[in-house]
Ligand binder design. Structure first.
Ligand SMILES: NC(=O)NCCC(=O)O
Length: 376
């Protein structure tokens, strides 16, 4: 595991930029200032004891005459794997369950309503190896697998919606998918959202394992707002975010696994731009750490074979429809980002900028040109 990784952009800015200039720098980089969210001291203490970063922010909306505020708290969890990648599979899964369990307990202390974990959170991101065995053994049923049952317990215990992205094994045909299981705060599986764009870039050899998802752009009505899940590589496709939003999503989660050398310059832009373009909140989550694999693998680029994928740079953040965003979590540490948002902001910004109205009209005209009608 690399110990000399750069910790975070925010830390560097805060260390080197004089206070009076820092405010302006942050305004230009991050938009309207996100206020810190007061989190209970018991949560701060537990996070520090359990060795993870805990940060809280809130996005406000203007007061309206006819609608009360619609405040929701989301929790984004980023973490490294707990055990080495060659430990017995069930031990690896159980170790991840217990790590996430203790982080979700802190999320509950912070009043989180919807929590989302990183992409394929129960396993190392082993698709770089192109080996089927043992990695396919991490795949589980989305409906009633070990991990879904674990998340249902969390959901019931803490009255929290849980988004659990796993490697799914669909029992009927033994097919695998990269799937987010969405569990309501009463513990029922509300449904699933399968990754619909599979990367063929760098060491992301995921097409060796699973196909493009077949669940469309599903939006889930929860007690705390309408949510959707656009898994990792899906964030590079503006139309993907657009379709979730056209189907009514107020918050779109983007659980990811991505490495610095490949995508870091894109990371702060894509989910944020999606929030702006679609008048919604977006939540980008990336794992942390460097994962080592026993067998060497090549990247098909003429370079030497290697045992690791590179550094997963964390930096999870939330973006709002007005273009503002929270600072990111660290590039190196496990972390929980708690963000309170007033969902009324979506319509307020839509009324101001009207991007979605234009998008709607655009689709309608395009369909008319190709001779199809639609109900949207
Ligand atoms: N997990 C995944 O889809 N990664 C692809 C690389 C990226 O999109 O940054």
């Amino acid at each position: 595991m690399s110990t000399c990784e750069f910790e975070s952009l925010e830390k560097t800015l805060e260390t080197h930029i004089p206070e009076e200039e820092l405010k302006e720098v942050k305004r230009i980089l991050y938009g309207r200032e996100t206020m810190p969210l007061d989190l209970p001291s018991c949560a701060q203490e537990a996070a520090s004891k359990r060795d993870f970063e805990l940060k809280g922010y809130r996005f406000e909306a203007a007061e309206e005459q006819l609608r009360p505020p619609r405040r929701t708290r989301v929790g984004l969890i980023q973490n490294r794997i707990v055990l080495p990648t060659d430990a017995p599979i069930m031990d690896q899964i159980n170790a991840m369950h217990s790590r996430i369990g203790e982080m979700v307990e802190v999320a509950a202390m912070c009043g989180v309503n919807i929590v989302c974990f990183q992409e394929t959170w129960t396993m190392p991101f082993a698709f770089c190896t192109r080996e089927k065995d043992p990695w396919t053994q991490f795949a589980e049923s989305a409906q009633d697998g070990h991990t879904t049952r674990f998340c249902q317990e969390l959901a019931r215990k803490y009255n929290m919606v849980v988004i659990s992205p796993i490697l799914e094994r669909e029992e009927l045909h033994s097919t695998m998918w990269n799937t987010a299981v969405v569990i309501s705060n009463s513990g029922n599986v509300l449904g699933i959202s399968r990754k619909n764009h599979i990367p063929r870039v760098g060491d992301f050899n995921e097409s060796t394992y699973y196909m493009e998802g077949d669940t469309g752009h599903t939006v889930f009505q929860t007690q705390f707002g309408k949510i959707a899940v656009n898994i990792c590589y899906g964030r590079h496709h503006p139309l993907n975010w657009f379709m979730y939003s056209m189907n009514g999503a107020e918050i779109i989660f983007n659980p990811s696994a991505t490495v610095g050398a490949l995508s870091e310059p894109m990371w702060p832009i894509e989910a944020r731009n999606a929030a702006i373009a679609n008048h919604c909140f977006t939540c980008a989550i990336n794992r942390v750490g460097t994962e080592h694999f026993k067998s060497e693998f090549t990247s098909g680029d003429g370079k030497k074979a290697h045992h690791d994928f590179g550094h997963f740079y964390g930096s999870s953040y939330v973006a709002a429809p007005d273009g503002s965003r929270t600072p990111g979590l660290s590039r190196t540490r496990d972390g929980l980002l708690v963000v309170e948002m007033d969902l009324n902001l979506n319509r307020q910004i839509s009324d101001k900028w009207s991007f979605k109205v234009n998008g709607h009209a655009f689709i309608y005209c395009e369909l008319k040109v190709i001779g199809k009608t639609c109900s949207c």
